[in-house]
Each structure stands twice: as structure tokens, then as C-alpha cells.
Design a protein around this ligand. Structure first.
Ligand SMILES: Nc1ncnc2c1ncn2[C@@H]1O[C@H](COP(=O)(O)OP(=O)(O)OP(=O)(O)O)[C@@H](O)[C@H]1O
Ligand SMILES: [Mg+2]
Length: 209
């Protein structure tokens, strides 16, 4: 089994690429589940609504951080940990690096506080591979707008916030090069998919020859 997360800013193609990647894993004979954050379990999906809908300023930064970690704890306890224990691969559309990037680098929440909360909800568990999709902020926001899902609270935060998030993800990739692979998210869906598959094969040479 393996735990893989897809990360990156708004509209970088995480959900598109996760769908393609899951198909690739299935064709490789791997038993995998797809999940997402915030959410991924019934209780966590209820918390998701509080986070992705409504006014950008409806939560102060620490409350927002705690809500993400409450959802993450439910997701880990109810879905991720049981799946890994059954031997399944788990592929998550966003995970904890989004909290470091959005609440830490974006809103200025102390990274040490985020680290302490992470330990409390996840202990030593970390993704085996994190694919960080990197894209020009304006291009990402162009791709993301107009989907009409109502899940636009983060999208509606200012451009500088999104630039800090991008820089935050780059800093995370730099700090943890063994776990995190930076993926250039420009170009066609097929181009990006090829980069992701190459990174996964390099990380899991036995399972993905
Ligand atoms: N390589 C690509 N080139 C152009 N458009 C793309 C590409 N990949 C995805 N898109 C389109 O861009 C939009 C955003 O993609 P997607 O929803 O996968 O991004 P996301 O990272 O999951 O966004 P969010 O952060 O809002 O969840 C979608 O309409 C999708 O069809
Ligand atoms: Mg998405």
C-alpha cells in the first residue's frame, strides 16, 4: 500500500490529474481509493461546507486551521487509516500540505502550531509521495473560475494570497525533496499526466514498473 497526495493552488489540475492517475493505478492492477480534503468522510464533508462556502473572511485564521484539522482527523480515522490497514493505496486530492500553504504561508498562522496540530491528528503518518502541481497563479485562477459549484471561498481570496500559497508549496517541495515532487502543471492534461506517472514510477519502481 501507499499513501499519495495531490497538492497545489487553485485550478492547478489536481482533481483532473487525480482522476487520470486513479485510472492508471487500476490499469496497473493496484487496489486504490480516491479521496479528498477537506472532507473524504461523512463528518469531514460536513466540515468541508463550512470551509469552502461563504464569505472569504467568515473565519479567523486559527479557527479555519482548527476546522481543517478536525476534518482531517475524521478523514484519517474513518477512511485513510482503515484503507491503508486493508492494504489499499490511498490517493488524496489535497492533504496537510494545503494547510501549511493556505493557513500558514497564506494567512500567516505559525507553522509550529500547524506542525503540533498535525502530530496530534496524524502522529507519524505522512504521505509516501506528494505531487505538488505548480502553475502560474493567474492561469490557475482562470482555469478555476466559473465552475459554479459554490465552493469558491478560497478562490475569492485576493491574488497576493494565492501568490503566497504558490511560494509556500515551493518551499515545502524544497524542504522535503524525498516525499514531495514538484510537477510543472502547465501544458495539456496529457503532458501533466506523463510527468506525474514518471514521478510515481520513480518513487514506486517495484509496484509500477
Ligand atoms: N492541463 C490543463 N490545461 C487546461 N485546462 C485544464 C488542465 N487540467 C485541468 N484543466 C481544467 O482546469 C479546470 C481546473 O482543473 P481542476 O478542477 O482539475 O483543478 P483543481 O486543482 O482540482 O482546482 P481546485 O483547487 O479548485 O480544486 C477544470 O475546468 C479542468 O478541466
Ligand atoms: Mg479540485
Amino acid at each position: 500500500m501507499a499513501f499519495i497526495s495531490f497538492e497545489g493552488g487553485e485550478g492547478t489540475g489536481k482533481s483532473t490529474q487525480l482522476g487520470l492517475f486513479l485510472g492508471y493505478l487500476e490499469s496497473s492492477g493496484i487496489d486504490a481509493i480516491a479521496t479528498r480534503e477537506p472532507g473524504g468522510a461523512p463528518g469531514a464533508e460536513d466540515i468541508r461546507k463550512l470551509l469552502v462556502e461563504g464569505e472569504p473572511g467568515r473565519w479567523d485564521a486559527i479557527t479555519e486551521t482548527l476546522l481543517h484539522f478536525a476534518a482531517r482527523r475524521d478523514h484519517l480515522a474513518r477512511v485513510i487509516e482503515p484503507a491503508l490497514a486493508r492494504g489499499q493505496w490511498v490517493v488524496s486530492d489535497r492533504f496537510a500540505d494545503s494547510t501549511y500553504a493556505y493557513q500558514g504561508f497564506g494567512h500567516g498562522v505559525d507553522l509550529g502550531l500547524i506542525e503540533a496540530l498535525y502530530r496530534m491528528v496524524a502522529g507519524d503518518l505522512k504521505p509516501d509521495l506528494t505531487l505538488i502541481l505548480d502553475l502560474d497563479v493567474d492561469e490557475g485562477l482562470r482555469r478555476a473560475t466559473g465552475r459554479g459549484s459554490g465552493e469558491d471561498r478560497y478562490e475569492n481570496m485576493d491574488r497576493e494570497f494565492h501568490e503566497r500559497i504558490r511560494q509556500g508549496f515551493l518551499a515545502i517541495a524544497d524542504a522535503e525533496p524525498d516525499r514531495c515532487k514538484l510537477i510543472d502543471a502547465a501544458g495539456s492534461e496529457g503532458d501533466v499526466q506523463a510527468r506525474i506517472i514518471a514521478a510515481a514510477k520513480a518513487r514506486f519502481p517495484d509496484a509500477l514498473p
